[in-house]
Ligand binder design. Structure first.
Ligand code: MCA
Ligand code: AMP
Length: 504
């Protein structure tokens, strides 16, 4: 079953859509498009389908075929959704790129993925790479002139649908290969678990280039035949105003969103009576924030857990207790083990171990990275690198990570990737990057640097160098200069000491 085909069949399914509103009139997408390409009243499902078939025609016209990869670096826009679904419709796979990625990051992704076509903001950024390039500035016109494709043979459900890049301890991001089946498994499981329906109205403020914003939120809503209202950039007061004004029913966020809701002045009041579901994930939601949000806004946030490599796999229940500090239970079809990472022994109740998973949503591996695939996937079990315990009632509590990962505002930052860049900055000999607790972002990125002998290191110069190479959210917010980094007897940098004594 192809992902687009499966979604499209649901739009045409009278049970799902027609009965409630009539498919020709049901609004799929509305709100703010950064390319201003949404009609003022929003776009209905029937028009979206026509446009997707147009995008499929355009992509075929550019020589794209089933099995090819298309890189999409577009801001939030109808064009992005058309190209995404159009690519899936012809059996091509998509690679979504942050519209604020630095040039070297974009080049790496386009090259590593072997993309045949790259739709990018600045064509010069991918100059010299062996792929066709289409500037975002030309996309709208091309899509509008495209010939609509009548027949789209359905791709196999094991075919590659998306390459989602996540980094690793060694620095370079690696592309998790997600099939149509993998993505559908997450969408269908959440559809049931969260009670999505055609009557839902989602306020969407997450970036569209991650599983959370793309699959869980956007494709989840389209699968349900629900309405989506887009917000270009998240702001707390603006989001709550929209929830109230648009009478939305569903909102999905990272913990930073909720922290910012709670930071609004106490006298800021919003009518959230239309809402039926607030979900949270991508990083741990402090239990106190769940409780404070419930007290202040009258809704209990539903926290869930996921990972690019497997989509969403654990969730608190829609009905029943949503336990603060917990990510709930495995979704149907997901097999969970919490094990001692050293021995593989299954942990007892309340004993902390690594989360290991298998199920239909789990990736088959990383593109062209056999070794890293073998490390992450052992006999079909995904080793997540996250530490958790299951309590006596089976609720899973994520308590930490084995993997070296910083989650800042819901975005993953891999210290190794940032260190590799900082070590090339003027005058820098060594760099240690770590995450410190941060009320707003959960964790913030900071760096300790050691200068080359006889060289002066200017933190400002280092940061401006880093900004050329890395998206801004990965760049350290604080930098300190040290004579040497604290190391243990094995020579390993003791980041725990740096964190404990910060600012060292
Ligand atoms: C923006 N900036 C950040 C971050 N975001 N710095 C550190 N950490 C961040 N997360 C920087 C910008 O580069 C900019 O820097 C300055 O902050 C202000 O930019 P602005 O856009 O105004 O930022 P913001 O509004 O404060 O953004 C915070 C945010 C955003 C809205 C929380 O980070 C966000 O949308 N996060 C969601 C991440 C997400 O969707 N993750 C899901 C992946 P300067 O001014 O210096 O240029 S995880 C996933 O998919 C798995 C499966 C899962 O479980 O969900
Ligand atoms: P990503 O690789 O961007 O998909 O991020 C996946 C990681 O986000 C997981 O391995 C966890 O470390 C973290 N994560 C996602 N959801 C939660 C959550 N609810 N609580 C704690 N950590 C989470």
């Amino acid at each position: 079953m192809g992902l687009y085909h499966a979604i499209q069949r649901r739009w045409a399914d009278p049970e799902a859509l027609h009965a409630a509103h009539g498919v020709r009139r049901r609004i799929a997408l509305g709100g703010e498009s950064e390319l201003s390409d949404l009609p003022p009243g929003g776009l209905c499902y029937a028009d979206l389908e026509l446009r997707v078939r147009g995008a499929a025609g355009m992509l075929r016209g550019l020589g794209l075929r089933g099995g090819d990869v298309v890189a999409l670096q577009l801001p939030r826009s109808l064009a992005l959704v058309e190209l995404l679904l159009g690519a899936l419709g012809i059996g091509a796979a998509v690679l979504l790129v942050n519209d604020r990625a630095a040039v070297p990051e974009l080049r790496f992704l386009v090259e590593d993925s072997g993309a045949r076509l790259a739709v990018v903001l600045d064509p010069a950024a991918v100059g010299g790479l062996p792929c066709r390039v289409l500037p975002v500035a030309e996309v709208r016109e091309r899509l509008d002139q495209a010939t609509v494709v009548d027949s789209l043979p359905e791709p196999d459900d094991e075919a590659l649908a998306a390459l989602m890049y996540t980094s690793g301890t060694t620095g370079r991001p690696k592309g998790a290969m997600l099939s149509h089946k993998n993505l559908l498994a997450t969408i269908q499981a959440l559809h049931q678990a969260w009670g999505w329906s055609v009557h839902d109205h989602l306020l969407h403020a997450l970036p569209l280039h991650h599983i959370h914003g793309l699959v869980v939120a956007q494709l989840g809503a389209l699968w349900a035949g629900a309405r989506t209202t887009w917000m270009s950039r998240f702001d707390a007061a603006g989001a709550l105003t929209l929830l109230q004004r648009e009478r939305c029913t569903v909102f999905m966020g990272v913990p930073t969103f909720y922290h910012r809701f709670l930071s609004l002045p106490q006298d800021a009041r919003f009518d959230l009576s239309s809402m039926r579901l607030f979900t949270c994930g991508s990083a741990p939601l402090p239990a106190a924030d769940l409780v404070a949000f419930r007290d202040r806004f009258g809704h209990t946030i539903l926290e869930r857990y996921g990972m690019t490599e497997c989509g969403i796999v654990l969730s608190n229940p829609l009905e029943g207790e949503r336990r603060p500090g917990s990510v709930g239970f495995p979704l149907p079809g997901v097999h969970l083990r919490i094990v001692d990472p050293a021995t593989g022994r299954r942990c007892e109740t309340d004993e902390v171990g690594e989360i290991r998973l298998r199920g239909p949503s789990v990736t088959r591996g990383y593109l062209g990275r056999a070794e890293q695939t073998a490390e992450a996937l052992v006999q079909g079990w995904l080793h997540t690198g996250d530490l958790a315990r299951a309590d006596a009632d089976g609720y899973v509590h994520v308590v930490g990570r084995i993997k070296e990962l910083i989650i800042s505002g819901g975005f993953n930052v891999y210290p190794g990737e940032v260190e590799a860049v900082l070590q090339q900055a003027p005058g820098v000999a060594e760099a240690a990057v770590l995450g410190l607790p941060d009320a707003d972002l959960g964790e913030r990125v900071v760096a300790a640097l050691v200068a080359r002998p006889g060289r002066l290191v200017e933190p400002e110069a280092v940061l401006s160098f880093a900004r050329q190479q890395l998206a801004a959210y990965k760049c350290p917010r604080e930098v300190v200069l040290l004579q040497e980094l604290p190391r243990n007897a094995m020579g390993k940098v003791q980041k725990n000491l740096l964190a404990r004594d910060w600012p060292v």
